[in-house]
Write a protein that binds this ligand. Structure first.
Ligand code: AP5
Length: 212
């Protein structure tokens, strides 16, 4: 299966994509995680992306397309993958068609629907493991110890772009640049809309049902 998650920032793409990837035993490819790793490693890509991400804007298409082209060419993606955060613009969606094949019958697109007013609270209370990327929420799903990751024991931190100002910019970018991508896939009849409000387990059940 080749699955794309589309949704506004904080809609639960990362939470659900990790879980689905475990269930289906296919890689979870998050462009946000790839960029954050590049920033942490201080690579040229990371230095270029860091200020753009912190401001809540989108990294240029040509950089993102190059990243995905290389990642999907790896062996572990041959039997399927989950894309989380890509494509985010129409240019990226069209290029992805060229990579996976236009009319590819294995491709499914899941759009998580969460209204803007729920987003800011989700994101400003999100905490992420600095090492393994596990996602927490201070109210809904806090780490047991409060400050370290339940899974690997590393520090649990707030992302630099998880402040209210950047979140509002990310939401604006989603509405302007990414919603047309959902329309693009709707026209191909491969888009499934999933209500993203409710407990994480319930949203996951909806996702599984929509893929049947
Ligand atoms: P990226 O990392 O992709 O960020 P995003 O799209 O803004 O999404 P988030 O990671 O913020 O949220 P999510 O939907 O994964 O939600 P999560 O599961 O964490 O991208 C970051 C930046 O990188 C972009 O702004 C851009 O600059 C750049 N970038 C990346 N890809 C790019 C591309 N293709 N082109 C150009 N630029 C690109 O959940 C959020 C919180 O809610 C958590 O605390 C979680 O515990 C909680 N939660 C989850 N589900 C529920 C639920 N059902 N109920 C209550 N709380 C829940």
């Amino acid at each position: 299966m080749q699955i794309i998650f589309i949704g506004p920032p904080g809609s639960g793409k990362g939470t659900q994509a990790k879980r689905l990837a475990n269930r289906l035993e296919i890689p979870h490819i998050s462009t946000g995680d790839i960029l954050r790793e590049a920033v942490a490693d201080g690579t040229e890509l990371g230095q270029q992306a860091a200020p753009i991400m912190a401001a809540g804007a989108l990294v240029p298409d040509d950089l993102m397309i190059g990243i995905i082209n290389d990642r999907l060419a790896k062996d572990d993606a041959a039997n399927g993958f989950i894309l989380d955060g890509f494509p985010r613009t129409l240019v990226q969606a069209e290029k992805l068609d060229g990579i996976v094949g236009n009319g590819n019958e294995a491709l499914r697109v899941l759009q998580l629907l969460v209204p803007d007013d729920a987003i800011v609270r989700r994101i400003t209370l999100r905490r992420t493991c600095a090492q393994c990327g596990a996602i927490y929420h201070l109210e809904n799903n806090p780490p047991a110890s409060g400050t370290v990751c339940d899974r690997c024991g590393a520090e649990v931190i707030a992302r630099p772009d998880d402040n209210e100002e950047a979140v509002r910019k990310r939401l604006e970018a989603f509405h302007r640049q990414t919603l047309p991508v959902a329309t693009f896939y709707k026209a191909k009849s491969i888009l499934r809309e999933v209500d993203g409000i409710g407990p994480v387990d319930v949203v996951f059940e909806r996702i599984e049902k929509s893929l049947q």
